[in-house]
Design a protein around this ligand. Structure first.
Ligand code: NDP
Length: 281
């Protein structure tokens, strides 16, 4: 039986439209939500991501400001720009596009963002809130994954969830969210022994690795929900996820494609987080 495909483009479109309408309502009350996006250097992939974020903001009626700085920008200058954005009342959300050049301590820059404007959800205050179940900004990609699971009505309570990848922006926050939904969660990484034996137990399997076609059909339990977070550029220029889509789709119960899966959801959640920031008193 072929898996049901969870269409991230369609769901993201619906969520973006809902956000657009709420932005209109907020604007009518005199508040124009604003997002500032800071990019340092000219990494081509980062430029594409930033361009998409800005375009999506415009479509949702969110005022976006793009701050482009040269790769030679030093940490003090970047900290000063973040401080200015923190103080700017027209800016409700601040996003510093990662990765930053090696001479800048990305952690220090993220910690300099005011937690009330941390729409990426990477600040330690946001991570702490997520960990302890307090309200706060949830990182966009894990939030997008949860929205997909919810929309597809994948049962979470009591399920076995396995995440491959332990990054601060995907694996760890997603584990917290799945735990909050009463899944039993295992996080795997490059030192995990007998990975396939663990993934074969998963009702929900999330791949956030960064290696094309890493998850093969023999690693998947029949009927499982497979969420592919990976974005990998193949030598021929095409995009591929971390999951061997064609083969895994024959085994899984649900699967997300790449492109058109988690990627569009990440941007939809960024817009939702910016709206949430603008709503705060
Ligand atoms: P990181 O590189 O920070 O983390 C990758 C994780 O994969 C690490 O925990 C690493 O383990 C683990 N890993 C690497 N090799 C193996 C292996 N052989 N077996 C098991 N685990 C392994 O990546 P990110 O979390 O930032 O991103 C992951 C992927 O998701 C990338 O392709 C990225 O482009 C994509 N992405 C997509 C987004 C979207 O919007 N769809 C948003 C963010 C990311 P260890 O910790 O031991 O090194």
């Amino acid at each position: 039986m072929a898996a049901r495909i969870i269409d991230g483009t369609a769901l993201a479109g619906r969520l973006r439209e809902a956000t657009r309408q709420e932005v209109q309502a907020l604007r009518a009350r005199g508040v124009a939500p604003g997002l500032a996006v800071v990019i340092v250097g000219d990494d081509p992939a980062s430029r594409v991501y930033v361009r998409n974020k800005i375009k999506s903001c415009e479509a949702a009626g969110i005022a976006s400001t793009l701050i482009e700085l040269p790769a030679t920008t030093d940490e003090a200058t970047l900290l000063a720009r973040v401080a200015a954005l923190n103080a700017d009342r027209a800016v409700h959300g601040i996003l510093v596009q990662l990765p930053l050049p090696a001479h800048v301590d990305a952690g220090r820059i993220i910690e300099a963002i005011a937690p009330a404007k941390d729409v990426d959800g990477f600040h330690v205050a946001s991570s702490g809130a997520l960990m302890t179940g307090l309200p706060g900004f949830v990182p966009c990609t894990p939030a997008g994954v949860m929205a997909m699971l919810d929309d597809a009505q994948v049962p979470l309570s009591g399920s076995r969830a396995v995440i491959i990848g332990r990054s601060n922006i995907v694996g760890k926050p997603l584990a917290m969210l799945l735990l909050q939904s009463d899944a039993t969660v295992t996080i795997c990484h490059s030192r995990t022994r007998d990975l396939a034996a663990i993934t074969r137990e998963a009702d929900i399997l999330v791949a956030a690795i960064g290696r094309a076609n890493f998850v093969t059909a023999d690693m998947v339990k029949p009927g499982a929900c497979v969420i592919d977070v990976g974005i990998n550029r193949l030598p021929d220029g095409k995009l591929a996820g971390d999951v061997d889509f064609n083969a895994v789709a024959q085994v899984a119960g649900w699967i997300t494609p790449v492109p058109g899966g988690v990627g569009p959801m990440t941007i939809a959640m960024l817009l939702a987080n910016t709206l949430k920031a603008a709503r705060k008193p």
